[in-house]
Design a protein around this ligand. Structure first.
Ligand SMILES: C[S@@+](CC[C@H](N)C(=O)[O-])C[C@H]1O[C@@H](n2cnc3c(N)ncnc32)[C@H](O)[C@@H]1O
Ligand code: SF4
Ligand code: SF4
Length: 347
């Protein structure tokens, strides 16, 4: 049995355990909300100033990682904002690896060349955003965004890193998906074609007008399914695509397990329940000190019971959070078993 299958079986073991007790198997830490870009669809640019100050210090971050692994966390996903803006990113990844976590980081790629020495040894998966071959800089409101990310990807590839390009697909770029897949194939990278979704993070949501930007989801699913036949580098899983086709996790009849198996933390150490897409409750780790207390708090348990009743969950497609939930539903498991022809298609 190869390493991938072994870790998959171990992962299923943890999943089975967390059916009975909530276990934060995946830690999604938005390590900073600071960003050098101002993407038209992203609320990071709209968060107010308090979200840019009082970030967790390095020591506080390491404590979060240690407490999370003590409670069963196996996978760390660092995102933001732009995580490479954190000066201590190398130190944090090194520590995560030392305590046995699988590590993944999402970046816009702008500083990849500068930072690669600090991260490449301790990162299992690097996700780099490339949304378009035509209008990437315009979407990201940043000169040389494409050029810098591409240079970073090429260097990371040379250094032997596992790279997954993430393209956020909007109504403006839906016709470019094949070009993007070809681009990833030529670079020998994986690619996820992720539909733009409505996100309501904290206080940042209100200023974005998504209406003209959301892709036609039915067309999106049909096209990705067609492209997957031709491009094995496309990593979107069938269960996720089928959830998008049905209009969201609630409409697909699946209960979201975000707050049972995932720990969602912001830069200041607020733990979001049920998730950062729609945080009903934020509990600050600095105030309480003990992650276990936060995770098993009355408020968290209340939300776990209520989550099936939240209206906003019906149409939710936020892949980071809903995808692991698919492992728990009978429909999701059947879908996975039917469609695991390409074993890396887990996104
Ligand atoms: C929030 S960013 C953080 C990491 C990094 N700054 C980047 O751009 O990759 C993570 C990913 O979320 C995507 N994203 C942002 N807003 C989104 C939305 N409303 N729907 C879907 N994806 C979104 C971005 O394009 C990016 O690929
Ligand atoms: S998508 Fe990433 S790069 Fe763009 S504004 Fe959001 S955090 Fe910054
Ligand atoms: S369905 Fe979406 S909004 Fe609801 S708990 Fe899950 S991730 Fe959060």
């Amino acid at each position: 049995m190869d390493a991938f299958n072994r870790s998959y079986l171990r992962f299923l073991g943890f999943i089975a355990k967390s059916v009975f007790v909530p276990v934060p198997i995946i830690l999604i830490w938005e390590i900073t909300y600071r960003c050098n870009m101002r993407c038209r669809f992203c609320d990071a640019r709209l968060l107010n100033g308090k979200y840019y100050r009082n970030e967790f210090t390095t020591q506080e971050g390491l404590m979060l990682l240690k407490q999370a692994t003590d409670m069963g966390a196996k996978l760390l996903y660092l995102t933001g904002g732009e995580p490479l803006l954190r000066e201590d990113i190398g130190q944090i990844l090194r520590f995560a690896k030392k305590i046995g976590m699988v590590t993944m980081l999402g970046t816009n790629g702008f500083y990849l060349e500068d930072k690669i020495e600090q991260i490449y040894k301790d990162l299992d998966y690097l996700r780099v955003s490339i949304d378009s071959l035509r209008i990437h800089d315009c979407i990201r409101v940043c000169n040389s965004a494409f050029e810098n990310a591409l240079r970073g990807i090429k260097l990371a590839k040379k250094m032997g890193m596992n790279i997954i390009i993430n393209a956020t697909v909007t109504s403006e770029t839906i016709d470019e998906m094949e070009d993007l897949a070809k681009f990833a194939e030529d670079l020998n990278c994986g690619i996820t074609l992720s539909p733009l979704v409505l996100k309501f993070r904290g206080e940042g949501n209100s200023g974005i007008d998504f209406s003209g930007l959301l892709p036609e989801y039915g067309d999106y699913v049909l096209s990705v399914n067609r492209l997957k036949e031709k491009y094995p580098c496309i990593l979107n899983s069938d269960p996720y695509l089928s959830l998008v086709r049905r209009g969201g996790i609630g409409y697909a009849g699946i209960k979201c397990k975000a707050c049972d198996i995932m720990l969602s933390a912001n830069p200041q150490g607020d733990i979001y329940f049920p998730c950062n897409t729609n945080p009903v409750e934020k509990i600050n780790l600095k105030m309480t000190g003990e992650l276990k207390k936060v995770w098993h708090s009355k408020a968290a348990n209340h939300i776990r019971r209520e989550v099936k009743n939240y209206n906003f969950c019906k149409s939710c497609m936020d892949r980071c959070y809903v995808l692991p939930s698919l492992f728990f539903s009978v429909r999701g498991i059947c879908d996975f078993l039917r469609h695991t022809g390409h074993r890396r298609r887990f996104f």
